[in-house]
Design a protein around this ligand. Structure first.
Ligand code: GYE
Length: 329
């Protein structure tokens, strides 16, 4: 099965090379897709436009590519893994020099990544990682440590909620089912609160990282669990949706129901400064410059680290008010 796909991939890439005629060096180096000049062509398969984080991430990648003189072939998968796989296949056919992508979900990438490998096109993962059976299907992974983000959220809950001695009934709004940040943020949080018997996750469901998803899930949760007095949302947008649902239910977000989110995009930071969110764990979307540098290094044949972790912080309400005027996204 896999063999057949491989053969098909090899045939397809040979055909593509034939079409490109004198296109490239054939070693995956720069110029392969650019018709003989030195411009690097990067195929980038984005998740979609589900959140403020994603918008900032897309802008960062597009402007950094332009600044670096990299020809960016950008594709938006609208949240569907299938679309992302087709985009990657078409990048392979076009013989781009390098492929970068942020996988919608963690699993199901082995076949297409093998095709890229067979075609000698290096792949860089950005933002989210994948689970593969084979180890060398991508060169490096640039992005956050999502387990650590979940842990920071949980540690704040332990220090600020558990320490009161009261009972905290937490609604967890999970990100996209099967996505690395949803899996890892849940894990890190659960691990951090495990020793606090008065912190209980009473409901946990996916709001797909969107504002609408957060609002709808929160509405349903408040109906079936009126005792909820805390929210842990895997991103700001779902937290912002939850705020709408909480207000519609006649409760005060940030007070009757305290909220922790992840991302720290402008709208989230504004809600934090306004007292509607209580704590935000930062997740940095500005990966463009680092991605372009890594691409250049890989195509120059330099060694790059297997993992590049983004530096991040956390924000209280006071800190949000301080940094908000200079916040770029
Ligand atoms: O937190 C969320 C986005 O993968 C880190 O995806 C990213 C997450 C981010 O939709 O807002």
């Amino acid at each position: 099965m896999i063999r057949n796909k491989l053969l098909a991939a090899v045939t397809a890439s040979v055909a593509a090379l034939g079409l490109a005629a004198c296109g490239g060096s054939g070693d995956g180096g720069s110029g392969g897709g650019g018709g003989g000049d030195d411009t690097i062509t990067m195929g980038f398969a984005q998740v979609g436009a589900e959140s403020g984080w994603r918008t900032a991430n897309t802008e960062s990648i597009q402007s950094s590519a332009e600044a670096a003189g990299i020809d960016l072939q950008f594709s938006d998968a609208q949240g569907e893994q299938e679309n992302q796989i087709s985009a990657i296949r078409s990048f392979i056919q076009q013989r781009v020099d390098i492929i970068a992508f942020s996988p919608v979900v963690e699993t199901g990438w082995d076949a297409v990544l093998l095709e890229a490998k067979r075609a000698n096109i290096p792949v860089i993962l950005t933002d989210r990682s994948v689970e593969t059976e084979q180890e060398d299907l991508f060169v490096t992974f640039l992005g956050s440590d999502f387990i650590e983000e979940g842990r920071k959220a949980g540690e704040w809950a332990v220090e600020n909620w558990a320490s009161t001695g009261a009972q905290w009934n937490i609604a967890e709004l999970q990100g996209t089912t099967g996505a690395a940040p949803a899996i890892d943020r849940q894990e890190g949080f659960a691990e951090a609160i495990a020793g606090s018997p008065n912190l209980t996750v009473v409901a946990s469901q996916s709001g797909d990282f969107t504002r609408t998803g957060g609002r709808e899930v929160m509405e349903a949760m408040l109906n079936s669990n009126p005792e909820i007095n805390a929210v842990y949302a895997h991103n700001d947008d779902m937290g912002l949706g939850a705020i709408e649902a909480i207000e519609a239910a006649g409760k005060v977000p940030g007070q009757d129901i305290q909220i922790i989110t992840v991302d720290a995009v402008r709208d989230g930071m504004q809600a934090l400064a306004d007292g509607k969110i209580n704590f935000i764990v930062e997740c940095n979307p500005l990966l463009g410059d680092q991605l372009m540098d890594l691409a250049q290094q890989v195509l120059d044949g330099e060694e790059v680290p297997e993992r590049v972790v983004t530096e991040e912080t956390t924000f209280t309400q006071e800190q949000a008010a301080e940094v908000l005027p200079d916040r770029k996204y």
